[in-house]
Ligand binder design. Structure first.
Ligand code: FMN
Length: 435
Protein backbone atom coordinates (compact mmCIF):
# COMPACT_ATOMS: atom_id res chain seq x y z
CA UNK A 1 0.00 0.00 0.00
CA UNK A 2 1.28 3.49 -0.86
CA UNK A 3 1.60 5.29 2.43
CA UNK A 4 3.46 8.36 1.30
CA UNK A 5 1.89 11.75 1.57
CA UNK A 6 0.83 12.94 -1.85
CA UNK A 7 -1.94 15.45 -1.33
CA UNK A 8 -1.80 18.66 -3.32
CA UNK A 9 -4.88 20.12 -1.67
CA UNK A 10 -7.04 19.75 1.39
CA UNK A 11 -9.72 18.28 -0.89
CA UNK A 12 -7.31 15.48 -1.93
CA UNK A 13 -6.60 14.66 1.68
CA UNK A 14 -10.28 14.72 2.61
CA UNK A 15 -11.05 12.43 -0.32
CA UNK A 16 -8.39 9.91 0.73
CA UNK A 17 -9.74 10.00 4.29
CA UNK A 18 -13.22 9.11 3.06
CA UNK A 19 -11.83 5.99 1.37
CA UNK A 20 -10.89 4.82 4.90
CA UNK A 21 -14.25 5.89 6.32
CA UNK A 22 -12.52 8.78 8.10
CA UNK A 23 -13.94 12.24 8.43
CA UNK A 24 -11.58 14.81 9.96
CA UNK A 25 -12.94 17.79 11.85
CA UNK A 26 -12.10 20.74 9.60
CA UNK A 27 -12.20 24.51 9.68
CA UNK A 28 -10.42 27.07 7.54
CA UNK A 29 -11.02 29.68 10.24
CA UNK A 30 -7.61 29.57 11.91
CA UNK A 31 -8.43 32.68 13.97
CA UNK A 32 -9.76 30.25 16.57
CA UNK A 33 -6.13 29.56 17.55
CA UNK A 34 -5.73 33.15 18.73
CA UNK A 35 -8.23 32.80 21.58
CA UNK A 36 -6.53 32.87 24.95
CA UNK A 37 -7.39 30.70 27.95
CA UNK A 38 -6.96 31.22 31.66
CA UNK A 39 -5.71 28.54 34.02
CA UNK A 40 -5.14 29.20 37.74
CA UNK A 41 -5.28 32.92 37.02
CA UNK A 42 -2.56 32.68 34.36
CA UNK A 43 -3.17 33.39 30.72
CA UNK A 44 -2.36 30.91 28.00
CA UNK A 45 -2.07 33.38 25.12
CA UNK A 46 -3.16 31.08 22.28
CA UNK A 47 -4.19 27.51 21.51
CA UNK A 48 -0.85 26.14 20.33
CA UNK A 49 1.37 23.80 22.29
CA UNK A 50 4.95 22.90 21.53
CA UNK A 51 4.82 19.28 22.59
CA UNK A 52 7.55 17.76 24.77
CA UNK A 53 10.34 16.69 22.38
CA UNK A 54 13.54 15.25 23.80
CA UNK A 55 16.63 16.70 22.18
CA UNK A 56 19.11 14.32 23.85
CA UNK A 57 21.46 17.23 24.29
CA UNK A 58 21.72 17.97 28.00
CA UNK A 59 25.08 18.40 29.69
CA UNK A 60 26.28 15.32 31.63
CA UNK A 61 24.96 16.81 34.91
CA UNK A 62 21.46 17.15 33.37
CA UNK A 63 21.53 20.91 32.84
CA UNK A 64 20.43 22.27 29.44
CA UNK A 65 23.29 22.08 26.90
CA UNK A 66 24.00 24.52 24.04
CA UNK A 67 21.57 22.79 21.65
CA UNK A 68 18.90 22.66 24.37
CA UNK A 69 19.21 26.44 24.73
CA UNK A 70 19.02 26.89 20.98
CA UNK A 71 15.89 24.74 20.71
CA UNK A 72 13.98 26.56 23.46
CA UNK A 73 15.01 29.99 22.14
CA UNK A 74 13.57 28.97 18.78
CA UNK A 75 10.39 27.73 20.44
CA UNK A 76 10.11 31.03 22.38
CA UNK A 77 10.39 33.02 19.14
CA UNK A 78 7.81 30.69 17.58
CA UNK A 79 4.98 32.08 19.71
CA UNK A 80 3.11 28.96 20.91
CA UNK A 81 0.91 29.64 23.95
CA UNK A 82 2.34 26.65 25.81
CA UNK A 83 5.88 25.36 25.61
CA UNK A 84 5.86 21.90 27.17
CA UNK A 85 9.47 21.17 28.14
CA UNK A 86 10.65 17.70 27.24
CA UNK A 87 11.03 14.63 29.47
CA UNK A 88 13.14 15.74 32.44
CA UNK A 89 14.35 13.16 34.94
CA UNK A 90 13.37 13.37 38.61
CA UNK A 91 16.55 11.62 39.79
CA UNK A 92 19.86 10.39 38.42
CA UNK A 93 18.50 6.81 38.34
CA UNK A 94 15.38 8.00 36.51
CA UNK A 95 17.37 9.29 33.52
CA UNK A 96 16.97 7.73 30.11
CA UNK A 97 20.62 8.43 29.34
CA UNK A 98 23.38 10.86 30.21
CA UNK A 99 22.02 13.38 27.67
CA UNK A 100 18.56 13.66 29.22
CA UNK A 101 17.66 16.75 31.22
CA UNK A 102 17.69 16.25 34.99
CA UNK A 103 16.24 18.84 37.35
CA UNK A 104 18.17 18.78 40.62
CA UNK A 105 19.43 21.26 43.20
CA UNK A 106 22.65 21.20 41.22
CA UNK A 107 21.06 22.11 37.86
CA UNK A 108 18.32 24.41 39.19
CA UNK A 109 20.10 27.68 38.33
CA UNK A 110 20.54 26.74 34.69
CA UNK A 111 16.85 25.78 34.41
CA UNK A 112 15.93 29.11 36.05
CA UNK A 113 17.96 31.01 33.47
CA UNK A 114 16.44 29.06 30.59
CA UNK A 115 12.88 29.60 31.83
CA UNK A 116 13.52 33.30 32.28
CA UNK A 117 15.03 33.63 28.84
CA UNK A 118 12.16 31.76 27.17
CA UNK A 119 9.58 33.99 28.85
CA UNK A 120 11.48 37.21 28.07
CA UNK A 121 12.18 36.24 24.47
CA UNK A 122 8.57 35.39 23.74
CA UNK A 123 7.39 38.60 25.43
CA UNK A 124 9.83 40.72 23.44
CA UNK A 125 9.17 39.09 20.09
CA UNK A 126 5.48 38.20 20.35
CA UNK A 127 4.11 40.48 23.05
CA UNK A 128 3.05 37.75 25.48
CA UNK A 129 4.47 35.30 27.98
CA UNK A 130 3.92 31.60 27.23
CA UNK A 131 2.69 29.13 29.84
CA UNK A 132 5.55 26.76 30.61
CA UNK A 133 5.14 23.12 31.57
CA UNK A 134 7.97 20.76 32.48
CA UNK A 135 7.49 17.05 31.93
CA UNK A 136 8.79 15.15 34.95
CA UNK A 137 9.70 11.56 34.26
CA UNK A 138 11.22 8.30 35.31
CA UNK A 139 12.26 6.41 32.19
CA UNK A 140 11.71 3.00 33.76
CA UNK A 141 12.58 0.08 31.51
CA UNK A 142 13.82 2.46 28.80
CA UNK A 143 16.14 4.23 31.21
CA UNK A 144 19.83 3.64 31.74
CA UNK A 145 19.08 1.54 34.84
CA UNK A 146 16.25 -0.45 33.20
CA UNK A 147 13.87 -0.24 36.16
CA UNK A 148 10.75 -2.35 35.68
CA UNK A 149 7.46 -2.73 37.49
CA UNK A 150 6.64 -6.11 35.95
CA UNK A 151 7.91 -8.46 33.26
CA UNK A 152 6.15 -7.78 30.00
CA UNK A 153 5.86 -10.29 27.16
CA UNK A 154 5.82 -7.51 24.60
CA UNK A 155 8.28 -5.01 26.00
CA UNK A 156 10.95 -7.07 27.80
CA UNK A 157 12.51 -8.02 24.47
CA UNK A 158 12.30 -4.49 23.09
CA UNK A 159 14.04 -3.11 26.18
CA UNK A 160 16.53 -6.02 26.35
CA UNK A 161 15.26 -7.10 29.77
CA UNK A 162 16.23 -10.66 30.71
CA UNK A 163 13.97 -13.15 32.51
CA UNK A 164 15.88 -12.71 35.78
CA UNK A 165 15.92 -8.94 35.71
CA UNK A 166 14.72 -7.68 39.12
CA UNK A 167 11.36 -5.98 39.49
CA UNK A 168 11.21 -2.75 41.52
CA UNK A 169 10.03 -3.31 45.08
CA UNK A 170 7.02 -1.57 46.63
CA UNK A 171 9.47 0.32 48.85
CA UNK A 172 11.37 1.65 45.83
CA UNK A 173 8.09 2.83 44.33
CA UNK A 174 7.14 4.48 47.64
CA UNK A 175 10.41 6.43 47.56
CA UNK A 176 9.87 7.45 43.96
CA UNK A 177 6.91 9.61 45.00
CA UNK A 178 9.31 11.85 46.90
CA UNK A 179 11.61 12.14 43.89
CA UNK A 180 8.67 13.56 41.95
CA UNK A 181 7.81 15.85 44.85
CA UNK A 182 11.40 17.12 45.07
CA UNK A 183 11.47 17.76 41.32
CA UNK A 184 8.11 19.56 41.49
CA UNK A 185 9.43 21.87 44.23
CA UNK A 186 12.44 22.64 42.04
CA UNK A 187 10.17 23.19 39.02
CA UNK A 188 8.30 25.85 40.96
CA UNK A 189 11.60 27.49 41.92
CA UNK A 190 12.76 27.36 38.32
CA UNK A 191 9.70 29.39 37.26
CA UNK A 192 7.61 26.76 35.48
CA UNK A 193 3.84 27.23 35.58
CA UNK A 194 3.05 23.53 35.69
CA UNK A 195 4.54 20.09 36.19
CA UNK A 196 3.51 17.19 33.99
CA UNK A 197 3.53 13.92 35.91
CA UNK A 198 4.37 11.92 32.81
CA UNK A 199 2.25 8.78 32.42
CA UNK A 200 2.74 7.86 28.81
CA UNK A 201 4.75 5.88 26.24
CA UNK A 202 5.36 3.08 28.72
CA UNK A 203 7.94 4.89 30.76
CA UNK A 204 7.68 4.07 34.47
CA UNK A 205 4.36 5.64 35.56
CA UNK A 206 2.76 4.57 32.30
CA UNK A 207 3.98 1.02 32.94
CA UNK A 208 2.45 1.12 36.44
CA UNK A 209 -1.03 1.60 34.94
CA UNK A 210 -0.64 -1.70 33.10
CA UNK A 211 0.70 -3.73 36.05
CA UNK A 212 -2.09 -6.34 35.93
CA UNK A 213 0.35 -9.17 36.54
CA UNK A 214 2.21 -7.54 39.47
CA UNK A 215 1.49 -8.58 43.03
CA UNK A 216 1.28 -6.30 46.04
CA UNK A 217 -0.04 -2.80 46.52
CA UNK A 218 0.93 -1.43 43.09
CA UNK A 219 -0.32 -4.30 40.96
CA UNK A 220 -3.46 -6.20 40.03
CA UNK A 221 -6.63 -4.25 40.80
CA UNK A 222 -7.36 -0.91 39.12
CA UNK A 223 -6.92 1.00 42.42
CA UNK A 224 -3.45 -0.49 42.88
CA UNK A 225 -2.27 0.12 39.33
CA UNK A 226 -3.40 3.74 39.29
CA UNK A 227 -2.33 4.38 42.90
CA UNK A 228 1.24 5.44 42.18
CA UNK A 229 0.25 8.11 39.67
CA UNK A 230 -2.62 9.39 41.79
CA UNK A 231 -0.48 9.45 44.96
CA UNK A 232 2.14 11.55 43.18
CA UNK A 233 -0.47 13.92 41.78
CA UNK A 234 -2.04 14.32 45.25
CA UNK A 235 1.31 14.79 46.97
CA UNK A 236 2.44 17.48 44.56
CA UNK A 237 -0.97 19.20 44.66
CA UNK A 238 -0.81 19.24 48.47
CA UNK A 239 2.79 20.34 48.89
CA UNK A 240 3.60 22.61 45.95
CA UNK A 241 1.85 25.71 44.65
CA UNK A 242 2.14 24.77 40.99
CA UNK A 243 -0.37 23.49 38.42
CA UNK A 244 -0.34 19.74 37.91
CA UNK A 245 -0.98 18.32 34.44
CA UNK A 246 -0.61 14.83 32.99
CA UNK A 247 0.51 13.52 29.63
CA UNK A 248 -1.45 10.30 29.52
CA UNK A 249 -1.45 7.22 27.37
CA UNK A 250 -5.16 6.81 26.74
CA UNK A 251 -4.29 3.29 25.65
CA UNK A 252 -1.07 1.33 25.19
CA UNK A 253 -2.63 -0.76 22.40
CA UNK A 254 -0.76 -3.76 23.87
CA UNK A 255 -2.99 -6.78 24.58
CA UNK A 256 -4.34 -7.31 28.11
CA UNK A 257 -2.87 -8.28 30.60
CA UNK A 258 0.23 -6.36 29.48
CA UNK A 259 -1.42 -3.20 28.26
CA UNK A 260 -3.37 -0.33 29.78
CA UNK A 261 -6.74 0.59 28.26
CA UNK A 262 -6.93 -2.49 26.06
CA UNK A 263 -8.69 -5.80 25.64
CA UNK A 264 -7.04 -9.16 24.90
CA UNK A 265 -6.72 -8.23 21.22
CA UNK A 266 -4.89 -5.02 22.04
CA UNK A 267 -7.73 -2.78 20.90
CA UNK A 268 -9.02 0.12 22.92
CA UNK A 269 -10.99 -0.57 26.08
CA UNK A 270 -11.78 2.90 27.35
CA UNK A 271 -13.44 1.93 30.67
CA UNK A 272 -10.39 2.30 32.92
CA UNK A 273 -8.92 5.35 31.15
CA UNK A 274 -12.34 7.03 31.53
CA UNK A 275 -12.37 6.27 35.25
CA UNK A 276 -8.83 7.53 35.70
CA UNK A 277 -9.57 10.74 33.79
CA UNK A 278 -12.49 11.47 36.11
CA UNK A 279 -10.33 10.78 39.15
CA UNK A 280 -7.52 13.00 37.88
CA UNK A 281 -10.08 15.75 37.38
CA UNK A 282 -11.23 15.27 40.98
CA UNK A 283 -7.62 15.50 42.13
CA UNK A 284 -7.34 18.92 40.47
CA UNK A 285 -5.32 18.07 37.37
CA UNK A 286 -5.60 21.11 35.10
CA UNK A 287 -4.68 19.63 31.75
CA UNK A 288 -4.43 16.28 30.01
CA UNK A 289 -2.15 15.92 27.01
CA UNK A 290 -3.48 13.03 24.94
CA UNK A 291 -1.18 10.38 23.54
CA UNK A 292 -1.01 6.60 23.07
CA UNK A 293 1.23 3.53 22.67
CA UNK A 294 5.00 3.43 22.97
CA UNK A 295 7.35 4.44 20.17
CA UNK A 296 9.53 1.42 21.01
CA UNK A 297 6.83 -1.04 19.94
CA UNK A 298 4.13 0.79 17.98
CA UNK A 299 5.72 3.95 16.60
CA UNK A 300 3.06 4.27 13.89
CA UNK A 301 0.37 4.53 16.57
CA UNK A 302 2.37 6.97 18.66
CA UNK A 303 3.47 9.26 15.79
CA UNK A 304 2.05 8.43 12.36
CA UNK A 305 4.78 8.60 9.74
CA UNK A 306 5.35 8.11 6.04
CA UNK A 307 7.03 5.22 4.32
CA UNK A 308 10.59 6.46 3.79
CA UNK A 309 13.91 4.66 3.69
CA UNK A 310 14.08 2.14 6.50
CA UNK A 311 10.67 3.19 7.80
CA UNK A 312 7.61 1.32 6.65
CA UNK A 313 4.53 1.74 8.78
CA UNK A 314 2.17 -1.25 8.98
CA UNK A 315 -0.90 0.94 8.50
CA UNK A 316 -1.69 4.02 6.47
CA UNK A 317 -0.66 7.06 8.55
CA UNK A 318 -4.04 8.62 7.88
CA UNK A 319 -5.50 5.86 10.09
CA UNK A 320 -3.08 6.53 12.93
CA UNK A 321 -3.68 10.27 12.72
CA UNK A 322 -7.45 9.77 12.83
CA UNK A 323 -7.07 7.41 15.82
CA UNK A 324 -5.17 10.00 17.88
CA UNK A 325 -7.73 12.67 16.95
CA UNK A 326 -10.56 10.40 18.08
CA UNK A 327 -8.80 9.71 21.38
CA UNK A 328 -8.65 13.44 21.99
CA UNK A 329 -12.40 13.70 21.37
CA UNK A 330 -13.09 10.84 23.80
CA UNK A 331 -10.98 12.44 26.51
CA UNK A 332 -12.61 15.85 26.06
CA UNK A 333 -16.07 14.31 26.30
CA UNK A 334 -15.13 12.73 29.64
CA UNK A 335 -13.40 15.65 31.36
CA UNK A 336 -15.70 18.43 30.14
CA UNK A 337 -14.85 22.05 30.83
CA UNK A 338 -12.82 21.62 34.01
CA UNK A 339 -9.75 20.07 32.44
CA UNK A 340 -8.00 21.43 29.36
CA UNK A 341 -7.22 18.83 26.72
CA UNK A 342 -4.24 18.95 24.37
CA UNK A 343 -4.60 17.08 21.07
CA UNK A 344 -1.53 15.32 19.64
CA UNK A 345 -0.22 13.65 16.52
CA UNK A 346 -1.05 16.14 13.78
CA UNK A 347 2.38 16.54 12.19
CA UNK A 348 1.75 13.94 9.48
CA UNK A 349 -1.00 16.25 8.14
CA UNK A 350 1.72 18.76 7.22
CA UNK A 351 0.34 22.16 6.09
CA UNK A 352 -3.24 20.88 6.35
CA UNK A 353 -2.79 20.26 10.08
CA UNK A 354 -3.74 23.90 10.70
CA UNK A 355 -7.23 23.28 9.30
CA UNK A 356 -7.72 19.96 11.11
CA UNK A 357 -6.47 21.56 14.34
CA UNK A 358 -8.88 24.47 13.88
CA UNK A 359 -11.65 21.92 13.26
CA UNK A 360 -10.71 20.08 16.46
CA UNK A 361 -11.00 23.30 18.43
CA UNK A 362 -14.24 24.31 16.79
CA UNK A 363 -15.84 20.92 17.36
CA UNK A 364 -14.47 20.71 20.90
CA UNK A 365 -12.25 17.68 20.43
CA UNK A 366 -9.67 19.55 22.50
CA UNK A 367 -8.80 23.00 23.87
CA UNK A 368 -5.25 23.19 22.60
CA UNK A 369 -3.45 21.72 19.61
CA UNK A 370 0.01 20.24 20.12
CA UNK A 371 2.79 19.93 17.58
CA UNK A 372 5.74 17.62 18.18
CA UNK A 373 7.89 16.81 15.15
CA UNK A 374 6.51 19.90 13.42
CA UNK A 375 8.06 22.02 16.17
CA UNK A 376 11.48 20.58 15.38
CA UNK A 377 11.03 21.25 11.66
CA UNK A 378 9.19 24.55 11.85
CA UNK A 379 9.60 26.07 15.33
CA UNK A 380 7.61 29.20 14.38
CA UNK A 381 4.59 27.22 13.14
CA UNK A 382 2.35 29.02 15.67
CA UNK A 383 3.47 32.46 14.57
CA UNK A 384 2.79 31.64 10.91
CA UNK A 385 -0.68 30.25 11.54
CA UNK A 386 -1.54 33.15 13.85
CA UNK A 387 -0.21 35.83 11.49
CA UNK A 388 -0.80 34.39 8.02
CA UNK A 389 -3.53 31.84 8.64
CA UNK A 390 -1.60 28.93 7.15
CA UNK A 391 1.64 26.94 7.18
CA UNK A 392 4.31 27.15 4.49
CA UNK A 393 4.28 23.79 2.68
CA UNK A 394 8.05 24.08 2.13
CA UNK A 395 8.81 24.25 5.82
CA UNK A 396 6.56 21.56 7.32
CA UNK A 397 7.67 18.29 8.90
CA UNK A 398 7.65 15.47 6.35
CA UNK A 399 7.47 12.70 9.00
CA UNK A 400 10.65 11.06 7.65
CA UNK A 401 11.43 9.63 11.15
CA UNK A 402 15.03 10.85 11.13
CA UNK A 403 14.53 12.78 14.39
CA UNK A 404 13.27 9.57 15.99
CA UNK A 405 16.28 7.66 14.68
CA UNK A 406 18.62 10.22 16.20
CA UNK A 407 16.83 9.81 19.51
CA UNK A 408 16.93 6.03 19.29
CA UNK A 409 20.70 6.14 18.77
CA UNK A 410 21.18 8.60 21.59
CA UNK A 411 22.36 11.40 19.31
CA UNK A 412 21.51 15.09 19.54
CA UNK A 413 18.10 15.23 18.10
CA UNK A 414 16.33 17.69 15.78
CA UNK A 415 15.10 18.05 12.21
CA UNK A 416 17.57 16.60 9.71
CA UNK A 417 15.60 17.99 6.75
CA UNK A 418 14.59 21.52 7.79
CA UNK A 419 17.43 22.24 10.21
CA UNK A 420 20.17 20.67 8.14
CA UNK A 421 23.04 22.84 9.16
CA UNK A 422 23.01 21.39 12.66
CA UNK A 423 21.42 17.96 12.33
CA UNK A 424 22.44 16.59 8.92
CA UNK A 425 26.12 16.16 9.91
CA UNK A 426 25.03 14.51 13.16
CA UNK A 427 22.75 12.18 11.23
CA UNK A 428 25.51 11.31 8.73
CA UNK A 429 27.94 10.53 11.55
CA UNK A 430 25.32 8.33 13.16
CA UNK A 431 24.82 6.43 9.90
CA UNK A 432 28.56 5.86 9.59
CA UNK A 433 28.68 4.60 13.16
CA UNK A 434 25.83 2.10 12.80
CA UNK A 435 26.74 0.84 9.31
C1 FMN B 1 12.44 12.73 18.70
C2 FMN B 1 11.21 12.70 19.54
C3 FMN B 1 11.27 13.05 20.88
C4 FMN B 1 10.10 13.02 21.67
N1 FMN B 1 10.20 13.35 23.00
C5 FMN B 1 9.08 13.29 23.77
C6 FMN B 1 9.13 13.64 25.16
O1 FMN B 1 10.14 14.06 25.70
N2 FMN B 1 7.98 13.51 25.86
C7 FMN B 1 6.79 13.10 25.30
O2 FMN B 1 5.77 13.01 25.99
N3 FMN B 1 6.73 12.81 24.00
C8 FMN B 1 7.82 12.90 23.22
N4 FMN B 1 7.73 12.64 21.88
C9 FMN B 1 6.39 12.41 21.29
C10 FMN B 1 5.83 13.74 20.75
O3 FMN B 1 5.66 14.68 21.79
C11 FMN B 1 4.49 13.58 20.01
O4 FMN B 1 3.54 13.01 20.87
C12 FMN B 1 4.60 12.70 18.76
O5 FMN B 1 5.73 13.04 17.99
C13 FMN B 1 3.34 12.85 17.89
O6 FMN B 1 3.07 14.21 17.59
P1 FMN B 1 3.49 14.88 16.19
O7 FMN B 1 2.70 14.17 15.13
O8 FMN B 1 3.12 16.32 16.29
O9 FMN B 1 4.95 14.67 16.02
C14 FMN B 1 8.87 12.64 21.09
C15 FMN B 1 8.82 12.32 19.73
C16 FMN B 1 9.97 12.33 18.96
C17 FMN B 1 9.86 11.96 17.51
Amino acid sequence: MEKRFRYKSLEDLVFEATTFGISFPLSENTRVFAQSLVVSGKTIPNRFVVQPMEGTDANPDGSPGPLTWRRYRRFALGGAGIIWFEATAVSETARANEKQLFLSAHTLDSFKKLVMEVKETCLKENGYVPYLVVQLTHSGRFGKHKKIIFHDEYLDGVAKIGKDHPVMTDEELDTLKYDFLKAAILSKEAGFDAVDIKACHRYLLSESLAAHTREGKYGGAYENRTGLLKDIVSLVRKEVDIDVVVRLNVSDFIPYPYGWGTDKQGTLDFREPRRLLLELKELGVKMVNVTAATPYLLPHVNRPYDQMGRHNPPEHPIVGTARLIQLSKLVKEVVGDDVLVVGSGLSWLRQFSAFVGAGMLRERYCDLVGYGRMAFAYPDFARDILNKGFLDANRVCITCSKCAELKAFNENCGCVVRDQEIYLPIYKRMEERIK
